[in-house]
Design a protein around this ligand. Structure first.
Ligand SMILES: *[C@@H]1O[C@H](CO)[C@@H](O)[C@H](O)[C@H]1NC(C)=O
Ligand SMILES: *[C@@H]1O[C@H](CO)[C@@H](O)[C@H](O)[C@H]1NC(C)=O
Ligand SMILES: *[C@@H]1O[C@H](CO)[C@@H](O)[C@H](O)[C@H]1NC(C)=O
Length: 469
């Protein structure tokens, strides 16, 4: 059977990769560039830390430059979930932004284990020219609770460590860093003059003329009671049935990654004084799901949990889920969400005749970090030549699964990614070939099964009759 042959074929995936995991090693030392002005805005209002960096780069060398390097201390590099860059083109009101490729890279003689990313410019930067780059990077697991343990009546305080000066392989003529905290409750911060504090913002700088790799460590100690929702492991199974629906099953291992809870938990106190008690804990989570959702369920090891609310409109569905107990620092909850979606919203035919699923990557829970995400797309029986297109690097593999009535099993496309943040909730596609004759396989199986039953019944009657004679 050629479906079997197809399954056995080693399948080669295509990836549209903006980032390539294979680190390129560049033999060239950084071009002779300098940063005329750098502005960095660090947003500490969530445990998913967003950093916006604007760099005005000038080529002071003799030859054109085609890439600009970003440098990160090794501890930060390990916690980077996203690094994106775009170039500002045009002046003032006509300004537009064009996305640029960013790839991890290595440079010889990196001081103190510095890690690099290379931004590829659209056009080489000629001597004397300047370009303005907008960089966004996202850090996870970078707020350290201190004290590490708090009781139910205490607020959560954390440390954030960084540098007052931007780590860079280039000379920076002028730079400023703004740090935004969730509230004005800042216990302490490192002073590096000139600096200024106003409301929820700390301003470091402006600092003039810093040599490459200048470093000036800072610590900010502040209050944050927003939920530190971390899904340690999430497995999302997306099953395509050509009989009209898409069945989604999501297995969550959720944890509160903030300061650990100490002492006993008092539900009475928790419920009677919600604004003082357990302020850093969370009671419910919001899952943003596609519109036209049906057959929703939410259960854990004990059974169905009825305390969930579903709101739907024409653009989205929102499922508010409430675990059996509020989650405090260090506490965990394991649960499963399942739902069905109309197939025609997600399954399409490409011009070359292949079918494809267009679905959203990432995690539906708002403001959540996923340490390890696995998406399993279960294709209909008889599908061939699957290939996945994901806008960032992911680990891809194939499995075969069997459900009742399956003859040859179903191909499962497995996509895996670590350190996933809401920025990764973008569409991905899984293309495959499908022969509609396979849609008849299941009904034929049923018919033959009935026929066999009928035949054995007839045979049984026949024997029975012959005995009575
Ligand atoms: C590199 O390490 C040395 C010694 O530990 C230290 O003095 C220097 O400030 C560090 N530089 C950076 C960029 O971290
Ligand atoms: C749980 O809920 C689902 C959907 O509402 C239902 O089909 C299933 O029978 C329930 N299971 C139990 C054990 O109550
Ligand atoms: C996938 O769906 C998104 C909207 O959800 C749409 O913007 C995008 O163009 C679709 N991609 C393909 C290849 O159909």
């Amino acid at each position: 059977m050629d479906a079997l042959a197809g399954l056995r074929l080693a399948l080669v995936f295509t990836i549209v990769a903006h980032l390539s995991l294979l680190a390129r090693s560049s033999s060239l030392a950084p071009q002779e560039l300098q940063i005329i002005n750098a502005e960095r805005r660090i947003d500490l209002t969530s445990h998913i830390i967003k950093v916006f960096l604007t760099l005005k780069v000038e080529n002071t060398g003799k030859s054109p430059a085609s890439e600009v390097f970003l440098a990160f201390p090794p501890t930060q590099a390990d916690r980077l979930a996203v690094v994106k860059a775009q170039a500002a083109v045009g002046k003032r009101k006509k300004k537009t932004y064009l996305p640029l490729d960013v790839t991890p890279t290595e440079l010889p003689d990196a001081p103190n284990g510095t890690k690099y990313f290379s931004i590829s410019l659209l056009n080489p930067l000629k001597t004397g020219e300047t370009v303005t780059l907008e960089v966004l990077y996202i850090l996870t697991h970078s707020l350290e609770p201190f004290p590490a343990e708090i009781s139910q009546s205490e607020s959560q305080l954390v440390y954030y460590r960084d540098g007052a000066i931007i780590l860079s392989p280039y000379h920076i003529k002028q730079q400023t860093t703004f740090i935004k905290t969730p509230s004005t409750k800042v216990e302490s911060f490192t002073r590096v003059e000139p600096m200024n504090r106003a409301g929820t913002e700390l301003k470091y700088g402006p600092y003039d003329d810093h040599q490459p790799y200048s470093f000036s460590p800072i610590i900010v100690h502040f209050e944050i009671n927003n939920p530190f929702a971390v899904v340690e492991e999430l497995v999302r199974e997306v099953e395509i049935s050509h009989w009209g629906s898409l069945q989604i099953t999501e297995h969550y291992k959720l944890a509160h990654a903030g300061a650990r809870h100490k002492g006993v938990f008092s539900r009475v106190e928790y419920q009677s004084r919600p604004s003082f008690s357990g302020v850093s804990s969370f009671k419910h989570l919001l899952a943003r799901l596609p519109p036209r959702i049906h057959s929703v369920y939410y259960r854990d090891g004990i059974g169905n949990i009825s305390s969930s609310r579903l709101r739907t409109d024409s653009r989205k569905s929102e499922l508010e889920i409430e675990p059996r107990y509020p989650l405090f620092g260090g506490w965990k909850a394991t649960f499963v969400i399942g739902y069905g979606l109309p197939l025609q919203d997600f399954l399409f035919e490409s011009p070359d005749g292949r079918r494809y699923l267009n679905f959203t990557f990432g995690c539906p829970l708002a403001e959540t970090v996923v340490d390890k995400l696995t998406i399993k797309v279960v294709l209909p029986e008889g599908s061939k030549d699957p290939s996945a297109v994901v806008p960032f690097p992911v680990d891809q593999s194939l499995e075969t699964s069997y459900s009742y009535l399956d003859v040859v099993g179903r191909t499962v496309v497995v996509l895996e990614k670590k350190n996933v943040v809401p920025e990764h909730n973008s569409p991905f596609q899984v293309y495959y070939k499908f022969n509609p004759i396979f849609m008849l396989a299941e009904p034929l199986m049923l018919v033959s099964a009935f026929f066999l039953c009928f035949m054995s019944y007839v045979a049984y009657l026949h024997i029975d009759l012959s005995i009575r004679k």
